[in-house]
Design a protein around this ligand. Structure first.
Ligand code: SF4
Length: 224
């Protein structure tokens, strides 16, 4: 039989347990929820407010990237151009429209199969190369996107993004044709579509070979 003192002790015991749960259990759950709640929208919002490098001073819009939330292929360029900066969307200028044709040729659709983004999310003025400190400041956004999206394969387009992701200072002519891993994900480098538009006779054939490798990888999940 419970006497009054025992009842009171049990009451305080239950109250303390409840307090412990409220101050630790829920707090811990809340902390892990915060980690799990990272999302493309959250990353895009942080990018839109970002001033971690000088490119924030000259941008019109940030260009976080766009595409499928479960892409088979992630396409990564070096940075937004003038049209991308104006519209806040990746690869929507001439080069982007040309790249759409590449993807058509290997039966991939922008919205369904791809996520397209860049190493830096703000336009380098005058289309200059992004500087090393700008890329270092911006890369954590890309890494979070890659972690969230977990694509089957990454296609880096152009010298800069290929060097950064392959971790090599070799020129794109040497980097392409080989395979790399970035954050545990297979990576194929190729030329930038704007370079191919400028010099189709030289670059169209190797790009077509690289696109065949992309297609084969996505079909067989192994690099050829
Ligand atoms: S380029 Fe990246 S790091 Fe620099 S301001 Fe834009 S979002 Fe921030």
């Amino acid at each position: 039989m419970y006497n009054n003192d025992k009842l009171l002790a049990d009451f305080w015991g239950i109250l303390n347990l409840t307090t412990d749960y409220l101050t630790t259990g829920i707090k811990q759950k809340h902390t892990s929820f915060k980690v799990l709640s990272d999302s493309l929208g959250q990353i895009a919002k942080e990018i839109s407010l970002c001033s971690k490098c000088r490119l924030c001073e000259t941008r019109t819009n940030t260009v976080p990237g766009k595409g499928s939330s479960s892409p088979s292929l992630m396409v990564i360029g070096e940075g937004p151009g003038a049209e991308e900066d104006r519209r806040g969307l990746p690869f929507v200028g001439k080069a982007g429209q040309y790249m759409d044709k590449w993807m058509d040729a290997i039966k991939l659709e922008r919205e369904a199969d791809l996520f397209i983004t860049n190493i830096v999310k703000c336009r380098p003025p005058g289309n200059r190369d992004p500087l090393p400190d700008e890329m270092t400041a911006c890369l954590p956004f890309l890494d979070r996107q890659i972690k969230l999206l977990s694509p089957d394969l990454i296609l880096s387009v152009g010298r800069i993004s290929s060097q950064v992701l392959a971790g090599s200072s070799d020129g794109i002519g040497k980097l392409r044709g080989r395979s790399y891993l970035y954050k545990g994900i297979s990576l194929i480098p190729t030329y930038h579509p704007s370079g191919v538009l400028r010099n189709p006779d030289e670059y169209r054939k190797p790009v077509w070979e690289d696109l065949q490798r992309v297609r084969n990888f996505l079909a067989k999940k192994e690099l050829t």
